[in-house]
Design a protein around this ligand. Sequence first.
Ligand code: PXL
Length: 280
Amino acid sequence: MTKQKRIAALHDISGFGRCSLTVVLPIISATGIECSVVPTALLSTHTGGLEGFTYRDLTDDILPFADHWQSLGLGFDALYSGFLGSFKQVEIVSEFFDRFRTDDNLIMVDPVMADNEMLYKTFTPDFPGEMRKLCKKADLIVPNMTEAALLLDEPYKEGPYTEELITNTLKKLASLGSKLVVLTGVYFNENTIGAAAYDRETGQVDYAMSTKLPGFYPGTGDVFGSVLLAGLLNGKGLEKTTKIAVDFVAESIRRTHAARTDSRFGINFEAGLGDLAKSF
Ligand code: PXL
């Protein structure tokens, strides 16, 4: 019998708007992996264009979760962090990683803080420096192009990009500390967009592209990251998994676009879960 894999996901719960744990949990479960959650904050909606959201910080609950889980002897095949609300929270998540890191588990940090050249509303300009420290502890980081610029303390560059620029960016990001980097929002022309994956040990760079559709949808990074991590834990390999994740996001955007849903409500990933489950 194969061992049941288990991920600990440290993200907020945004009650409405399809991002963070309302996306991570169903996707990871659909791929046959157990998903334990450490909610970092509780919001009524995400912060991307929906006004008047409530926000309850849950930082003080994180280490008590860790204490209890350690007392139960729990272990995780991967630790996956996303939206973190404050400097203190980043420090505590860093301690959580120290407590649950083993020789063979995978730590994935999605440095959620910005998109489209802008920091999300709840962050101050010094936050990227703190996130950079957390990235050092990761085996894999998954920034978008805006987050990459912030992590590298460089000005954001408009696309279309060249392969040379993307390869240099991947290498600089890997020098922050992680062995693997998957960069999203990569495009070489106006018709396609996707991700670039880099393995520092082999030096290999792989691209996965899909047709570009207009519009901006919150939560796509969380959908992408969840499929990516589930694929890696299911032994698909970095290149193939990046392609699966890019295609899954593209198909979800296509569905949402066709239905003309309010883009702030997130992407329709639900209709793709059945096929995703079968492909794993
Ligand atoms: O998907 C990223 C995300 C997660 N959590 C919250 C957010 C966002 C992006 O806007 O606001 C609360």
